[in-house]
Design a protein around this ligand. Sequence first.
Ligand SMILES: [Zn+2]
Length: 347
Amino acid sequence: MKIRKFNWKTIVITLSITTLSTIAWAWGSWGHHYINHAAILSLPDPLRTFFYNHADFITEESVVPDIRKYTIGDKAEFPRHYIDLEDYGADAVHTLPKSFNEAEEKFGAEELTKKGTLPWTINEMEAKLTDAFRKKSKNEIIFLAATLGHYIGDANMPLHTSSNHNGQLTDQKGIHALFEGEMLEMFGKTINLNMGSAPCFKDVNQTTWDMIEATHAAADTLLKAEADLRKIFPKRNIYRLDSADRVVKNQYGDWYFSDDYVKTLHQNLDGLLERRFRAAIYYTSGFWYTAWVNAGKPDLSDLDDEATTKCNQKILKKELKLWKKGKTFNLKPVPEFKLINSDHAHD
Ligand SMILES: [Zn+2]
């Protein structure tokens, strides 16, 4: 491997041609695991009892939609994770058709695939989950709940609603993984995950678009804060460098920003990371709960055996003590930014 001494111009050029793979992992696997898990704890009983019996599955399967994209290579999966609102025209969040069929009629399948279908995907999954509750189909419920939680997580990550999703239009490449991966892994543990009891939404479709609107508003704030910081931060200190002055990369090929840079940006964002992350938990639990209510609040207690439920309730009791303080048990998703392998440093 060639060792190249640190050179700011080289970094800029190289960054601009580097494909950043963590777009695969909106909120990173750390984030998706905690969003789904915290959303389970937010559910009112008796729905929480049922979900808690399947907490491991729903927590771990939170990243399955991303696995479908990148490990299986399912091309149809990609547009479900984002919506490039700016590409749909001015004020798109208010003018886009609320139903997928109308959108398809207006834009055609090809254009929708390019610009993203996230809000419509959420509504489709919500309808499917409601139906699964109605049928009391256990496997479908837990699979759809885990999947829906993923898309709602994505829908609260500001850069998943913007065509400038990796800062590529404004010379801010790397901001996607910086925000949802490196910063979240650094500060996630400080976020109070307790959003109170899950809400029931009167109009799911409208709620979806309201959520997208709030998330999109945060995209500009995030991009601007990072652009402002880049202007004043000593250039040599923006990235993490190894002893040979090479920028360190994680196992997915994403560049590490320096701890100081991440901390300062987090501070300048003034709680934006926490707000979007907590919103993801709030909406995930709310969409699950609303699906169950709209299905007529079916009794799910006979879907699991009594002994399993009893045992899990004991564990839940312990976790609820932590929950009161805004914490959960320690989950163990594979971190994306803590495993440093200097062999991956840029050559
Ligand atoms: Zn995703």
